[in-house]
Design a binder for this molecule. Structure first.
Ligand SMILES: Nc1ncnc2c1ncn2[C@@H]1O[C@H](COP(=O)(O)OP(=O)(O)OP(=O)(O)O)[C@@H](O)[C@H]1O
Ligand SMILES: [Mg+2]
Length: 295
């Protein structure tokens, strides 16, 4: 196993102020508290590794995702960005033979602890995928309601939820007169914002986005980026992107992953404020990547 390189998250507080919102969702998810002081950050990993059977895909990742921040994960294809992301809401283990090792903490509680409830964790840590994947034959409104229904959340005022969530996803004005029409009739960019709405409908604390704009045109991409900036006011967002300009535009912090040799695990090279990673990275491999000389 390749040891993780030292990272310098000096700017990343391991705890948030005592006034931070309570760990309600984590508590409901039944995950165990990690032994550390202060109000814990929304998401943190310690020595997190992911395997597909015997293949060690990602190794020893230590990362802190602060309250109301956007972290971009960048790196060459196959270095384990998507795999790492899927470990953060226990989707990785849905692949037969796949498992994670090490710690991943949702507000200080170990999501891999014995009492943790994977379904509740996936509600607290939402995910948006590369290709928009709404339920195409179901109505736009039904797509928004699908998350809460699946999670058996009682909907006090379903119509209010649909409007509030679609507004939150920046889609309301475009769809308010066709809420009962099939979601498959929306454009790709609208479908992706609908998927973001579906993820938001269960009020996650953390939103994982795996190349959410790679199938979108430039206009739709900018709309999703605007949305990410708005959502940051209340969510912690982790976004994988191959688009350096996008990472620079939307993220506060950037983590660079790479892989040394074929068959070795991907690992974290460095993490820091996005501005610094793009202008003065400390590691020459990061510099080579962000300037387009490799990867
Ligand atoms: N279901 C799977 N079974 C076995 N190996 C897998 C599986 N999914 C991914 N891998 C392997 O794990 C490693 C990391 O893959 P991953 O998809 O996380 O990379 P990535 O950084 O997201 O790449 P990309 O930028 O191309 O999306 C790769 O070697 C990949 O082949
Ligand atoms: Mg990927």
């Amino acid at each position: 196993m390749t040891p993780a390189e030292p990272v310098a998250p000096a700017d990343a507080p391991a705890t948030t102020p005592a006034s931070a919102p309570a760990a309600s969702e984590a508590a409901r998810a039944g995950v165990q508290a990690a032994p550390r002081e202060g109000a814990p950050v929304p998401m943190q990993t310690e020595g997190l590794s992911a395997y597909f059977g015997r293949f060690h895909a990602v190794g020893g990742i230590d990362l802190v995702f602060p309250e109301r921040s956007v972290t971009a994960i960048i790196g060459p294809s196959g270095c384990g960005k998507s795999t790492f992301l899927r470990c953060l809401n226990r989707m990785h283990e849905l692949v037969p033979g796949a498992r994670a090792e090490g710690g991943a903490f949702l507000r200080g509680r170990d999501i891999y602890g014995g009492e943790a409830d994977a379904v509740a964790i996936r509600r607290a840590v939402g995910m948006v995928f590369q290709r928009p994947n709404p339920f195409p034959t179901r109505s736009i409104a039904d797509n928004v309601r699908a998350g809460p229904r699946f999670n058996h959340l009682k909907l006090e005022r379903p119509e209010e939820l649909v409007e509030r969530t679609l507004r939150g996803a920046g889609l309301w004005d475009e769809v308010k007169n066709r809420l009962e029409e099939p979601a498959g009739g929306l454009s790709g960019g609208q479908q992706q914002r609908l998927c973001i709405a579906r993820a938001l409908a269960v009020e996650p604390e953390v939103l994982l986005m795996d190349e959410p704009c790679s199938a979108l045109d430039p206009q739709s991409t900018l709309r999703v980026e605007d949305l990410i900036r708005e959502l940051k006011a209340r969510l912690t967002i982790i976004i994988v992107t191959h688009n350096m300009q996008q990472a620079a535009r939307v993220s506060d912090r950037t983590a660079f992953f790479t892989i040394e040799n074929e068959g070795e695990p991907g690992h974290l090279v460095e993490v820091g404020p996005t501005e610094q990673i793009f202008s003065h990275p400390t590691n020459p491999r990061t510099e080579a990547y962000v300037t387009g000389r490799f990867g």
